[in-house]
Design a protein around this ligand. Sequence first.
Ligand SMILES: [Zn+2]
Length: 77
Amino acid sequence: MQRSLSSLQHDLVPITINVGEDFKSIVWKAQYDMDFNTECLFCFSERITGYRVEDEAGHTGKVAVCPHCEKVNAIYA
Ligand SMILES: [Zn+2]
């Protein structure tokens, strides 16, 4: 399933994860959500992957992570 990432980014999600953080799949209990045909903000990867996550404060949200450099590219709802 693929959707445009930009259409999802306007929703504010109350999680403490920030764009540019390194992906911590185990700490955040990441579960695969969907793929995005979007270029990574930090490297030249042309695809990023969305995951459902739970941050260290127990808040749930979704993050889009580059599979190449493993940095968070976006927080979405
Ligand atoms: Zn990247």
